[in-house]
Design a protein around this ligand. Sequence first.
Ligand code: SF4
Ligand code: SF4
Length: 342
Amino acid sequence: MSLMILDKGAVAPLVNALMADYRVVGPQARGPKFVFDTITDPSQLRLDYNTTILPPKKVLQPPEERLATFVRGAKPQVETVIEAQPTVLLGVHTCDLHAIQLLDKAFSQEYPDAHYLQRREQTVIVSLECLEPCDEHSFCKSMGTLTADEGYDLHLTDLGASYAVDVATERGAELLSKYGTAREATAADIKRLNEVLSAKWPRFTYRLDFDAAELPALLSTAYDHPLWDELGERCLACGSCTNVCPTCYCFNVFDEVDMSLAEGERRRRWDSCQLDEFARVAGGENFRKARAARQRHRFMRKGKYLYERFGVLGCVGCGRCIRTCVAGISIVDGFNTIYGSA
Ligand code: SF4
Ligand code: SF4
């Protein structure tokens, strides 16, 4: 829609003004790491963060939430609960932005999920162009997520003393004009923006040995690859890799009934295909009992199954699963191993 310029000194007043009307969530320091959390003071916001432990997905699909309350007895009642509130999600990197677009598809097609969709509807996304790799584990350039041209309301690019703000939606324009003090970009600003954007690309390296578009076809030949047994031997089935993944959206639904057994609530929480019991079904049968089979499922899901379902790859190259894995299992190394032996 338009390109605006927001001085860095105007960010804290903007956040302060937003906090009056919205829950504002953004990256903050936690020791040496960063997390997305509610901002209670503008000084907490760290737009210079590298990566976060959990992705901003947790704002749209909380780790645990209440879905409904119920009353048992002669007149049973069920009431849907949707815990959503107007939210501004600040500082979303483009890999996570691509992941949110995948979640949008997952939660809106076939079985629209009212809980996710209401939160999504009430969330204004202010994303941030990455100018440096998070660390040696990110491979966003290989996965085509190093930049984005949709999925946000406002998109910031650091120009040094100011941010260029790509205003993509009416909602973003309203937010900026009501709460911020931005000015229209001049020809000199646009020249500076182009310089900054073209200078960033050489700083990122390709870490896949092949084009990511080949992944679905490559994995379709790898169902019996020896890599799965090797990874299954090393994997501790802790589930951390899926918990930190911005595109994993599986959950478990369970009921909690109060002591009187008269009322209770239905809840859901994140689940992980890497846990032993994930694929256990009635009768005790477990159709992915071996860790090797579960590792294969994770790789297939990221590089093949989600592509076949939604038309986009299920891995955005954020590197979180690699950073978090105590067994040193790397999804990008795994993809390269399969490619190298094809
Ligand atoms: S984080 Fe590593 S060890 Fe844990 S389940 Fe995932 S691959 Fe296995
Ligand atoms: S599979 Fe790993 S690198 Fe890919 S999106 Fe998930 S956490 Fe990030």
